[in-house]
Structure formats: C-alpha cells, structure tokens
Design a protein around this ligand. Structure first.
Ligand SMILES: CC(C)(COP(=O)(O)OP(=O)(O)OC[C@H]1O[C@@H](n2cnc3c(N)ncnc32)[C@H](O)[C@@H]1OP(=O)(O)O)[C@@H](O)C(=O)NCCC(=O)NCCS
Length: 329
C-alpha cells in the first residue's frame, strides 16, 4: 500500500466536564459501595456534565483541541461526523450544531449512531469518503452526555457511565498515525440487551413512557459482558488476519473502556499481555462513543506510542455493534 495515500490522524483532542463524581458519592443516592463498583468494573470516578452542558458543547471542546493539535485551519475541514447516542436533540444532528459552533464552512455534517462502536465506525466512514476523492479533511468526533439517559435510581447501570468527548482530524498526509484497516460488524438479533426503549417512533414520548422510565438506558449486564469479549476478540482476530499479522506483533490495544474485567478477558483470549492495553476507565467510566478517542488522546499525550508501532483500536456497543481499526503510529 502506498503510505502517502492512506488516511492519517493529523490531530487529536478530548474534553470532559469538570465535575468529578466518585463511587463514594454515588453510594449516597443508590445502594452501592466503592468496593463493589471498583472490584466489579475497575471504575473509581466519572465526569458528569452540568445541566447547561450538552453533547455538542463537549464535542466543541474536543474538536477545538484536535484542530489546534493538527495545525490545520478550520477552513480546510470539509466533512464533520459526530458519533453519539446522546445527541443534543433528535434532529438536527449534533454535527450540524458543532459545525456552526466551530464556525466551519457549510460542509457536509452528519451524526452516526453505532453506540460505543460509533467513533470507530465514523473513522471507517470518513476513510471511505476521503478515499472517494470528494472530501479532503474530516473532523471525526465521539461525544456523549450519558448522564442524560442514565436512570440515577438504577444501581445496575448508573455506576458504569460518564460524560466526555474525543475528536480526531483525519486526512491524506505523509505524516501522522496511519489508519491501515477497519473491521465493522453488527448483529441486531437482540436489541433489548442494551437499549433506550422509549422516545423513538416505536414508543413515542408520553406520560406512560415517563412513568415506566422508558427514556433511560436499560441493560442485561451479564449477557453484554459475554458478548463484548466474544465480538471484540473476533473483530481483532479478523482484522489481524486480513493484514496477515500475528497478535504478538501488536504493540498497543486501545479497547472500549467499559469494564476492566472485559479488558482482562480480552487480553487473555487474544494472548496479548495486559500491559499493552491502555485503560483510563478508572477515571472516566464508560463514555460510549467518546471512550476510544478519549483514551487515544490521553495515551498519545502521555507519549505512549512510538513511531512505527502497531495499534489496534477495538470497540463493542449496543446493537450489537463492533469495530476494530488498525493503526501504524
Ligand atoms: C454490569 C456488571 C458490572 C455487573 O457485574 P456482575 O458481576 O455481572 O454482577 P451481576 O449483574 O451478576 O450482579 C451481582 C449482584 O450485584 C448486585 N448489583 C448490581 N449492581 C450493583 C451495584 N452498583 N452495587 C451493588 N450491588 C450491585 C446485583 O443486584 C446482584 O445482586 P443479586 O445477586 O442479589 O441479584 C457487568 O455485568 C458488566 O460490566 N457488564 C457489561 C456492561 C457493559 O459493558 N455495558 C456497556 C456496553 S457498551
């Protein structure tokens, strides 16, 4: 493959709300404990947006940072994709709102919904659109205000999630981490494993849906846990196979940040040492579509990636969806 023709990451950025909510604080509102949450998930704290902060505000902070780190003038962006399941509103898209807030030209802007796999799906879509030659530089964002769809009375879910955003400026260039390959998939057979039942066309908002708390996220944690490990292993193996690579050649894995036990099981199954997995879920919880770009940006700022090293970004989410992306740093 001609390396000058592949899509590269030109800049990264992230943004999280300032309010830190630790496990101890949650134990004051639901029957839980720091010990339970930490031992079952690895999460100690999460960032929670205030009432005035919406997903597009979080996306704005991350996008501004990514643009500034790329050194690319915002006027050169000609495509905006925001991956989210917590848009500011059902429509217009959060990407349109972000385009205006950033003062970009009137370029193609749309949201992509693939839950926690959303950012990697969006990178795949951006790469294909850039490859078409009709777009040059894309802004790809994963942003979520998960706190807006969390049932704060449900201890089985409210301890798991957090708010935040991560962004990447991607385009054809001779420098920067190369996006070498993608593997996206989905299985819509069991949507109720992880879903928000009400508020869509199947169950529009009404007093009954409010009463049944149908506007909040519902999850079968145990089944999702098993599926997560299975599909992330599958996606990673297929991606490596496609590129004739062995798991032993992978230098870094940036997994979706849902539960440290999921990451440990994945490392075990792939026989990739846990030390190669970057985890920041201890401080952020599961930020859904923001999880991978947030982790990627943090790891990158810590100087973890050395030039020439190989990385796998891998996610799973509601749908079920999954996605794995191969990166040469
Ligand atoms: C949610 C999750 C942490 C639960 O861990 P688990 O070990 O499977 O725990 P279980 O669901 O079996 O629950 C065990 C017990 O703890 C209780 N429990 C659940 N949440 C609790 C909490 N926050 N605090 C204290 N106890 C809790 C349960 O009620 C259950 O009690 P019971 O045995 O009396 O019924 C785990 O299943 C998980 O991480 N799943 C994947 C979730 C995920 O990644 N979602 C996002 C996908 S993108």
């Amino acid at each position: 493959m001609n390396s000058s023709c592949t899509t590269r990451i030109l800049g990264l950025g992230s943004h999280v709300p300032s309010l830190v909510v630790d496990n101890q604080s949650l134990s004051k509102s639901v029957e839980t404990s720091d010990e339970w949450i930490l031992s079952r998930t690895g999460i100690r704290e999460r960032r929670i947006a205030n009432e005035d902060e919406s997903t597009s505000d979080l996306a704005l902070g991350a996008a501004q940072q990514a643009l500034s780190s790329s050194g690319i003038s915002p006027s050169r962006i000609d495509l905006v994709i925001v991956a989210t399941i917590t848009p500011d509103m059902a429509f217009p898209s959060t990407a349109c709102l972000l385009q205006h807030k950033l003062g970009l030209r009137k370029v193609a802007s749309f949201d992509l919904e693939a839950a926690c796999s959303g950012f990697l799906y969006a990178l795949d879509v951006a790469d294909a659109m850039l490859a078409s030659g009709r777009y040059n530089i894309a802004l790809v964002v994963g942003a979520e205000k998960m706190s807006s769809i969390i049932d704060w009375e449900d201890r089985t879910t409210c301890v798991l999630f957090g708010d935040g955003a991560g962004a990447a400026v991607v385009g054809k260039s001779r420098e920067g981490p190369q996006l070498l390959g993608f593997r996206c998939g989905a299985d819509g057979a069991n949507p109720e494993l992880l879903y928000q039942p009400a508020g869509g066309s199947k169950s529009p908002a009404c007093s009954a849906t409010l009463e049944s708390r149908g506007h909040y996220l519902k999850m079968n944690g145990r089944e999702i846990f098993k599926s997560a490990v299975r599909v992330m292993e599958m996606a990673t193996r297929e991606l490596l196979e496609q590129h004739e690579l062995e798991a032993s050649q992978v230098d870094h894995v940036i997994p979706h940040q849902a539960n440290v036990r999921i990451v440990e099981s994945l490392a075990n199954r792939l026989e990739i040492p846990l030390e190669k997995f970057y985890c920041n879920l201890e401080h952020h919880g599961n930020t859904s579509a923001a999880s991978i770009p947030l982790a990627l940006d943090e790891a990158s700022k810590q100087g973890i990636f050395k030039q020439g090293e190989l990385g796998v970004l891998v996610a799973f989410g509601a749908g079920l969806t999954w996605s794995a992306t191969l990166v040469r740093f």
